[in-house]
Design a protein around this ligand. Structure first.
Ligand code: SAH
Length: 336
């Protein structure tokens, strides 16, 4: 309700709200209120599907720790949700020589108080090492940093621009004439020219994501980062902002603040900004990444130690299959 009130006020003042403003407001209320993530929530993320996901991410962290010969380092997770992936990472690295001794801080970037409380509960055995930050600007400079983020960037606001009559126009949300409901519309001519396109094509850009990358790049001497999310390498000109409620698509303009609103992540953009900052970048799909980092072996081990074969197989299918999360989800590995 609060979001609708604010958006109504902003439309009264300015005539519209831009898509990024809209997303920012709608998501804030959503994460502050709802029990969103997991089987009973609105959507299931990979760490909530099965422990193997976080364990493979843990194996990746361990390999970076060993490659770099870290004598002291910190881990940052951006958008840790219920804390499940971090718990799996910390368990999977328990026997890696020196990993836990040299792990100085576990930094959690989280702006929802509710989810922060859940993380504190999930990670209570590690509470002396945890530092919460609510925005990336609060990140203090460190020597060595390992960064992980699953389904974080999709929650960051995007701007949308549409090509029509040889011009790019910014899209926003306005009130339908004579109604209290909202609709999308071209609200102003864009100051930026994105070049020629087909009439009706939409381009999405995320200044908020660019800011996160810029802040991150300056936050440590050596950084290894792993970013996993659904997204694209090349955008196809169609809008990707979507809302999900109770595992179903939902109209993002209705019942504001009650559904999760996300946009597909522009992996080409993330790579570009990281390379500009001097990072080496490797891109793959989630299926390729999990396979390369040994998920099949991990699955066998779990079965040997008593896990139900069918459960493990269905988790593997869900995480890796082309028709499920395997291809739509992309992985970016970056090292400075
Ligand atoms: N990584 C988790 C949760 C994904 S949901 C998982 O895979 O299950 C997105 C997470 O990012 C939530 O924890 C949400 O509160 C957090 N988040 C979203 N936008 C944020 C922002 N601007 N700043 C900090 N945290 C944010």
């Amino acid at each position: 309700m609060r979001t609708k009130f604010i958006i109504d006020q902003l439309i009264d003042i300015h005539g519209y709200v831009s898509i990024d403003q809209f997303m920012k407001l709608a998501i804030r209320e959503y994460y502050a209120n709802e029990n969103s993530i997991g089987g009973r929530g609105d959507f299931i993320t990979a760490p909530e599907v099965n422990q193997m996901f976080g364990e493979i991410v843990g194996a990746w962290c361990a390999s970076k720790y060993l490659e770099r010969d870290h004598t002291s380092f910190s881990i940052l997770e951006m958008g840790p949700g219920r804390g499940t992936m971090m718990l799996d990472i910390l368990r999977a690295t328990k026997n890696v020589p020196g990993f836990h001794e040299n792990l100085q801080s576990i930094i959690l970037l989280e702006n929802s108080l509710k989810l922060g409380e859940m993380q504190a509960n999930t990670l209570k055995d590690f509470k002396e090492k945890i530092i919460w930050i609510a925005s990336i600007e609060e990140l203090e400079f460190r020597k060595n940093l390992i960064v992980v983020a699953n389904e974080f960037f999709d929650a960051l606001p995007i701007k949308q621009f549409q090509y029509s009559n040889n011009k790019w126009n910014e899209l926003g949300v306005i009130r339908k004439t004579g109604e209290t409901n909202f609709e999308f519309a071209q609200v102003r001519q864009s100051a930026l020219d994105f070049g020629q396109a087909n009439d009706g094509d939409i381009i999405e850009v995320s200044p908020a994501s660019e800011l996160v990358i810029a802040e991150l790049a300056e936050s440590a001497e050596k950084i290894d980062a792993l970013i996993i999310d659904y997204g694209y390498f090349e955008h196809d000109g169609r809008p990707t902002m979507q809302a999900v409620k109770n595992h179903k698509h939902h109209n993002p303009l209705e019942e504001l603040g009650t559904a999760d609103i996300t946009a597909h992540v522009d992996f080409k953009g993330l790579s570009y900004w990281l390379r500009e900052e001097g990072f080496e970048v490797k891109l793959s799909t989630q299926g390729e990444f999990l396979k390369e980092n040994g998920i099949e072996l991990r699955a066998e081990r779990l079965i040997q130690s008593g896990a139900k074969k069918e459960d493990i197989q269905s988790a593997l299918d869900r995480l890796m299959d082309h028709s499920q999360m395997g291809t739509l989800f992309k992985v970016l590995e970056a090292s400075s």
